[in-house]
Design a protein around this ligand. Structure first.
Ligand code: MOS
Length: 731
């Protein structure tokens, strides 16, 4: 099915199952421990040996010698695989660094060997016996220093009007630089894989967001046809972008299993995840805003600097600045520096997440310079069209309604405009807000739907559920389309033998994957009607029965009484995302208390208002948003990978040193979804929300801290040491 004109009324619009706040259908499996994750396939691979990955102990240079004899002869060891004996390996196209390094070392903890043994302890002990001699080279690890030393690769993004001129002549202007640190995804389930070879065919259970990408990557790296690889990822314990691409665990499980001649499982221990896999790169962002005294922005300039390994990508932190606010003169650009830190890559809302952390403080600073309320200042600069391409409207844009609804619900009118104006005992109390913005992407997605002989529905697609609720919204979609109760639908996900879906990334999964299921269900409906001899026009699928325009009716199961009906289709998106700018919008409001003596910040209240198309399941969507808001608290107050500037690695490579919010850090969170549907996004009229919930939270907290204390901190995270100089002398 091709989707190239805005959706008209369709079966989803009945909203008898879709749009309901239903529990996750996979919830009981997960809460009872019966959902089987990548490292736990004891039934399929009962004799699996264990691989332990050895990471490089330098960040850049060469291995001059590697002695693996002692390891190979250690108790329980079955195989030791290094670049020397692994055979010829292709470089995965999507991975900037080689998944099995040597002799060249590209980053710290790049995998240089996997030791396979009977037990985990034996493999780990043996790995410590490998003697590696390195010839280290000097690397670049310091983004700020790299930025001073060279202009890097300059990538212009927007140029509209004459920014420099307009900025120079603006009556009110701000020019500030903000920094965001390297961050880790810190998902619960580490990267893990179990590999089984049968002849030249590989089955790989792995924790992946993108099954089809992973399958191609593994095949390309091993140099075998992708038909020989089956990748299975039914449950994923969090990904946040870290599992968009297969990593060392997948490749080394496959190589280890081939060398040992038996199934092998590999999980990256947490201390290896941080430096072996990917992270969100740090940014330095300069934002210049120029405005008229009435609050209209006339010049918007945003430049960002970030680093990555050679051949890597910039963090697209200026993304939202191209679309969020009106302003006739605009400039944005990225600058990519070469760094020898571990690979930077996508982490939840890549681009907008760190970009909004900077832009929305800058907007708060400009509102203050103008003497305007921060909400009114944003309303004043709303735009119905893409400000860089004025013929191009937004498919939906209800930012102002998000702002107004949020302000009213949060009690924004009670905020003291002057910082430091509110005190409750030991607490300096402040409110802050920020807009939320994230692009809405769409991705081609396929599914297969079966009607079995007793009227049950089975959906098969390689879509993943990374904790987001994919199982549930896909079941809801099929139930709605075919007019059966949710309990009649079985959903099978995450298997490369199923039709290729959108996968989970960039908050495109929910809308795109359910649209693929919609397409397959439309085909199945046609097959059912044909079997029953009903005309398509006016037919209704409801309550387990099919009724035609003449009032004839039959149980749905009757269409399959002589055998299962199967339909498969792919939803392909036309150019509606070019004709319209598709985005999701929201507003974040936060109240903080800052301890007047210590500077400790406690979040007291949080509210998010989201406009993100039709909400397919308000319960799973809300869980996405409150999770994202929690991640925003981490980004604002805690999360920072500390770089060892001499040795080139992240020092705090575990969850003791890399601090993330816990329950006690999170107060009452409220989420409001505006009631909307976006017919331009897909037949589902839905959009993504899982990343929107994060974008802007950090700045709302920073702005609340400023409102509480007068401390304008522009370097995240806002730890208490950065507030000390601003606290009252007599707390
Ligand atoms: Mo997302 S960072 O595209 O998984």
């Amino acid at each position: 099915m091709k989707f190239d004109t805005p959706a008209s009324e369709n079966p989803i619009d009945r909203l008898t199952v879709v749009g309901k706040a239903l529990d996750r259908i996979d919830g009981p499996l997960k809460t009872t421990g019966r959902a089987v994750y990548a490292y736990e396939h004891h039934d399929e691979a009962p004799d699996a040996a264990v691989g332990y990955v050895l990471g490089a102990a330098i960040a850049k240079g060469k291995i001059s010698a590697m002695d693996v004899d002692a390891a190979r002869n250690a108790p329980g060891v079955l195989a030791v695989v290094t670049a020397q004996n692994a055979g010829k390996l292709g470089k995965g196209k999507m991975n900037t660094a080689t998944l099995l390094g040597g002799p060249h070392v590209e980053h710290y903890h790049q995998a240089i060997a996997v030791v396979v043994a009977q037990t985990f302890e034996q493999a780990r002990a043996a790995s410590a016996l490998i003697r590696v001699t390195y010839k280290g080279e000097k690397g670049a690890f310091d983004l700020a220093a790299a930025r001073k030393a060279s202009p890097g690769k300059h990538i212009p993004k927007t140029s509209v009007g004459d920014f420099e001129d307009a900025f120079a002549s603006a009556p009110v202007k701000t020019d500030r630089t903000y920094t965001t640190p390297d961050q880790s995804h810190a998902m619960m389930e580490p990267h893990a894989s179990t590999a089984v070879w049968k002849g030249d065919e590989l089955t790989l259970w792995t924790s992946s967001q993108m099954v089809a990408w992973g399958r191609s990557e593994v095949a390309r790296t091993l140099g075998i046809p992708k038909e020989k690889v089956r990748l299975i990822s039914p449950y994923v314990g969090g990904g946040f972008g870290a599992k968009l691409f297969v990593r060392a665990d997948a490749l080394l499980a496959a190589l280890g299993a081939r060398a040992a001649g038996r199934p092998v499982k590999v999980a990256l221990p947490r201390p290896l995840v941080i430096n072996n896999t990917t992270h969100r790169p740090a940014t330095i962002q300069r934002i210049r805003l120029g405005a008229q005294r009435d609050g209209k922005l006339t010049a918007i300039g945003h430049e960002s600097w970030s680093g990555d390994l050679p051949g890597g990508q910039p963090e697209e932190a200026v993304q939202q600045t191209q679309f969020l606010y009106a302003g006739a003169n605009r400039m944005s650009a990225l600058n990519l520096m070469t760094l020898d830190l571990p690979e930077g890559n996508a982490m939840r809302a890549p681009g907008e997440a760190p970009g909004m952390m900077a832009l929305e403080i800058a907007m708060d600073e400009m509102a203050e310079a103008l003497g305007m309320d921060p909400v009114e200042f944003r309303v004043c600069n709303d735009t119905p069209v893409d400000p860089s391409a004025p013929h191009r409207p937004f498919s939906q844009r209800r930012l102002v309604e998000c702002l107004r609804t949020g302000a009213q619900r949060f009690g924004w009118a009670d905020r003291h405009a002057k910082p430091g104006g509110r005190r409750e005992g030991q607490w300096l109390v402040g409110m802050g807000m920020a807009c939320a913005y994230r692009n809405n992407l769409v991705m081609k997605s396929a599914a297969r739907v079966r009607l079995d002989t007793d009227g049950g529905i089975i959906v098969e697609t390689d879509m993943t559920d990374i904790g987001t609720g994919s199982y549930t919204i896909i079941a809801q979609t099929a139930a709605e389309m075919l007019g059966v109760p949710l309990a009649k639908v079985a959903v099978r996900l995450g298997d490369s033998s199923f039709p290729v879906s959108a996968g989970s990334g960039g908050q495109w999964g929910a809308n795109s994957a359910t649209a693929g299921v919609y397409a397959a269900c439309m085909k199945l409906r046609a097959a059912v009607l044909e079997k029953l001899g009903y005309a398509a026009q006016g037919a209704v699928f409801a309550d387990g029965a099919v009724t035609d325009a003449e009032g004839r009716s039959a149980p749905l199961a009757q269409a399959a009484e002589h055998g299962e009906l199967v339909a498969e289709d792919v939803l392909e998106f036309g150019d509606l995302d070019k004709k319209f700018q598709q985005s999701t919008f929201g507003a974040h409001f936060v109240e903080v208390g800052v301890d007047a003596a210590t500077g400790e910040t406690r979040i007291r209240r949080m509210l998010a208002v989201c406009a993100a198309g039709r909400i397919l399941n308000p319960k799973t969507a809300r869980s996405q948003v409150i999770g994202a808001m929690t991640m925003g608290v981490g980004a604002a107050l805690m999360e920072e990978l500390a770089v060892d500037l001499r040795a080139g690695f992240f020092v705090n490579h575990d969850l003791a040193g890399y601090e993330v919010p816990v329950h006690a850090d999170i107060p009452r969170q409220e989420v409001i979804f505006l009631d909307e549907e976006d017919p331009v996004s897909s037949p589902m009229k839905a959009k993504g929300v899982g990343e929107l919930g994060l974008c802007g939270v950090g700045a709302a907290i920073a702005n609340a801290i400023y409102n509480a204390t007068g401390a304008r901190v522009r370097d995240y995270p806002i730890t208490l040491d950065k507030l000390l100089g601003y606290l009252p002398e007599d707390p």
